[in-house]
Design a protein around this ligand. Sequence first.
Ligand code: MLT
Length: 375
Amino acid sequence: MAYLNENYLKLQAGYLFPEIARRVRAFCENNPEAAKRLIRCGIGDVTEPLPQAAVSAMKQAVGELGARETFRGYGPEQGYEFLRSKIAQSDYRDRGIEISEDEIFVSDGSKCDCGNILDILGHQNKIAITDPVYPVYVDTNVMAGHTGQVRNDGSYEGITYLPCTIENNFVADPPKEHVDVVYLCFPNNPTGAVASSERLSRWIDYAREHNALILFDAAYEAYIGDPAFPHSIYEIPGAAEYAIEFRSFSKTGGFTGVRCGFTVMPRSVRAKTGGDKSLPLHPLWHRRWSTKSNGVSYPVQRGAEALYSEAGRRQVQALIDHYMGNARILRDAATSAGFTVHGGTNAPYICFFRVSAFNSRENAEEVGQRLRMAA
Ligand code: MLT
């Protein structure tokens, strides 16, 4: 009989969102009348249709695959040049950040990349996460055997937890002790907090001092409306030596079902061998993709490319405005109902308990009404 990966036995219950779905299903079965009025504000899943620019581009790409002259087979595992160069130019170089096409790796989403990145990192690393946290960062480390057992309070032995509280505006400062790998997410899921350049600079200083690696999840950067806040960790001087950034088209182009995102792996990010030799991570990540994946489908990459067209940008902005309009409604309602509310101004999550602003306007207004009535 084969051996199983016993690290999976350390995991608590199911993954958070399927577990929420299971409980909602059970509630609906037991309360059929209430179920008719149920509005889901748990998972941050988009509700609005895809931008027309992406729809047209994907249709055209499917058409190309259906004709002998324009048919394509396997694509480059790291992503097509047309999309990698568009991302490097529009998301980085146009904003004064030097990132080249070959430092962009197109994937099926930032959730997947946040897990896959562990393939190229050693088992000896001391890991730090903020608390509360997007559960993917913890669970993937548990699965990879980077933690001890779960404690009674749900935390894992071997992980350094960095409390995010009202006192620190839900932006943790670097720990006193040494860690090798830190997960940061801004705008934050789940708290909706954003980090200033000054707060992020403290992390780059820490990374420099401790030779630490920062895994920066910027999946919600497009929701930042206030120009004072950085969209990318690479806006902080020196970050390209210490940080890997994850981004997603899920919450910009509504691609939660389509699946596309990317990782920025600067050539200057290095890690060490057991023998203390410092090596760049870029070749390992490249090798990982070539071996384990055939990349993202051609039509999907064309759809993602179209989000950068003039029409695509306008349509993405309209989606963000819609969800941020919901966030305002939910924030105001929760405040009127007497809750102490955080987030929801530069992020699509509102936190007293977490409420997602990804919904139709009608549902958001109804939830607002119900919150007010609960006051
Ligand atoms: C969430 O609700 O936290 C997000 O939908 C999770 C994700 O994007 O994977």
